[in-house]
Write a protein that binds this ligand. Structure first.
Ligand code: HEM
Length: 235
């Protein structure tokens, strides 16, 4: 039986296609949803009677929009190699923005009237966003570059939940009957956006990092044979 193996040229073309789609969607969502908060308005109806709600969305949306736009560029190997200082500066801006946006999102999640199930999704996202950012920072301080990359893939998958949530919400509102309440579509979109992105990121990490190690392990004659033991060797 012959397995279909993608040539490096085809794989490179796929990589650029997916990267382009990711960057386009990230920039498009940030460009549409964030600028209204610079002028005191919003892209969606906001209950301004809730104390501090609008202010928390402003403090959240601006740095969160930055993370969405910066992220894709940080994954381009050629840019990292040619402009390492720019990569470090943008990396710091990204991580500080994650912390600022998370703090404001914690307040917005507490006061949102969109329901408990959505609040749980948001708090889970906040904790995971901060944890993966902390791990990405810790690993790069130790010069563990491959592990830093893995944690940044996980972190950006969570950042990108802001895109998938809105895409699923738009699709849901178009295809579902009007008897399905908006609140339910919003909650389902948030959970699907979060879980779907995490699964895709883990699939990508396994394919790129663990699978090559697992395939190599028996040939190297390692008694332990654990592909998880040294993930940094493959990336
Ligand atoms: C990944 C972690 C994120 C978390 C935990 C989070 C959480 C939240 C929460 C709790 C709200 C208020 C929702 C409500 O009251 O119904 C909100 C709104 C908002 N978020 Fe995020 N968010 C995240 C990422 C992002 C990103 C990356 C962007 C970039 C565009 C973004 C842009 C916005 C905007 C613009 C709003 C205001 C509502 C709107 O105009 O659509 N968020 N977010």
């Amino acid at each position: 039986m012959s397995a279909t193996v993608m040539s490096p040229a085809v794989r490179r073309r796929w990589w650029w296609f997916l990267w382009g789609l990711l960057a386009l969607l990230a920039t498009g969502i940030a460009a549409y949803f964030v600028p209204p908060y610079l002028t005191g308005s919003s892209a969606v109806p906001i209950d301004r009677a809730i104390v501090g709600y609008y202010a928390s969305l402003v403090v959240h949306a601006l740095p969160a929009g930055l993370t969405l736009i910066i992220g894709p560029w940080q994954f381009v190997p050629r840019l990292r190699a040619r402009f390492p200082k720019l990569h470090r500066v943008l990396g710091r801006v990204y991580l500080i923005s994650v912390v600022a946006a998370s703090g404001a999102a914690a307040y917005a999640s507490a006061v949102t009237t969109s329901g408990f199930a959505l609040q749980v999704a948001f708090y889970l996202l906040i904790v995971a966003w901060l944890y993966t950012a902390a791990q990405a920072y810790r690993t790069i301080r130790r010069r563990e570059i491959a592990l830093h990359r893995v944690w940044m893939i996980r972190n950006y998958a969570l950042t990108f939940a802001a895109v998938t949530l809105r895409v699923y919400l738009m699709i849901g509102m178009r295809v579902l009957p009007s008897s399905v309440p908006f609140k339910d579509i919003y909650t389902a979109a948030a959970w699907a956006g979060l879980l779907g992105n995490v699964l895709i990121a883990e699939y990508f990490i396994i394919q790129r990092t663990l699978a090559p190690l697992a395939r190599r392990a028996p040939r190297s004659g390692s008694a332990a044979g654990s592909p998880v033991a040294e993930p940094s060797a493959a990336v």
